[in-house]
Design a protein around this ligand. Sequence first.
Ligand SMILES: NC(=O)c1ccc[n+]([C@@H]2O[C@H](COP(=O)([O-])OP(=O)(O)OC[C@H]3O[C@@H](n4cnc5c(N)ncnc54)[C@H](O)[C@@H]3O)[C@@H](O)[C@H]2O)c1
Length: 340
Amino acid sequence: MKKVSFQIGQQTTQYFFDASFPQLESLIEYSNAVIITDENVFAKHKPKFKGGNVIVLKPGEEYKVQATADAIIGQLIEMGADRKTWLVGVGGGVVTDITGYVASLYMRGINYGFVPTTVLAMVDAAIGGKNGVNVGLYKNLVGAIRQPDFILYDYSFLRSLPKHEWSSGFAEIIKHACINDAAMFRALEKNTIAYYKKTPVAMAALVKRNALLKSEIARSDEHEQGNRKMLNFGHTLGHALENIYELTHGQAISIGMVAACMVSQNITGFKDTSRVMSLLKKYDLPVSAGYETKKVFNLMKMDKKKDRDVINYVMLDRIGKGTVQPILIKQLEEMINDLQ
Ligand SMILES: NC(=O)c1ccc[n+]([C@@H]2O[C@H](COP(=O)([O-])OP(=O)(O)OC[C@H]3O[C@@H](n4cnc5c(N)ncnc54)[C@H](O)[C@@H]3O)[C@@H](O)[C@H]2O)c1
């Protein structure tokens, strides 16, 4: 197990790469820990949970809501959870978001850690301490910023991950490459999901590289005043699409990234939209979708990155170099309308 410590704000998160789930018992007082997972992860990995105090949630984005947080809090009270209790989220981004959120609320904050089980959670959702719930159509509108005490990586969870969830995770990996890592972009162009699936060493290295890339950005700007905004590449449009249409997070941001590349062509002179599109297609991600611009923009107007009539929109100068620029929502709407 390789340990890396990262200080973000006042808190330090320990990352245990190449670890195995049972090592959790040596990290925390296991008998006073409550594991939160979902039905899919629990069903596929039942033996791993034996002997633990486990809360099993219904899977899916529709359960990332306050009612689920309230239900977990009710169960924690019944279980006698106190200030010394650890919460451990074992699952994808929905589980990690809701676990981190509840851990920030319960008794005004208790210790918590994650064992991410999707590619997306390993490279993105588990990192950076932003955890929240959706309110109606508004993604992550309510939440907290508080860093996990640890993140434990056990790649054996990925063996049961459905194919489309691999693609969804690679959307965030491609995002990282686009905004910050041209060399990784080139490596991704050479490889495929099939290659990463059958080459665990390469997958472990890719996960670690992405986890550290996101951590470094979060460390430099915990509260999203500058650099961290870059992580929203593809997400402004993506979040709105994800909530209106039946798309995975990765599919939605893939479409959002293509739109952002096209807008970049007009504003920064970005020249590599077709390369980004080819890479997304290679990883089984959609590059276009018919959607109602008006409906999507009405929702985008509630985006947290919005400042009155202006939105901080992430574009690319070139592959590996993102840039955040304020843009009038009306102007963006016109440009995206023209793409449709
Ligand atoms: N907090 C952040 O910074 C951040 C960043 C990115 C995304 N997110 C959030 O993450 C969520 C998306 O994450 P996700 O794609 O991991 O979603 P998810 O948690 O819904 O997981 C996707 C699906 O895979 C299943 N699953 C998870 N692990 C599995 C495994 N090992 N084997 C079999 N099935 C498994 C789940 O039950 C679910 O059906 C969104 O809510 C998004 O807002 C948060």
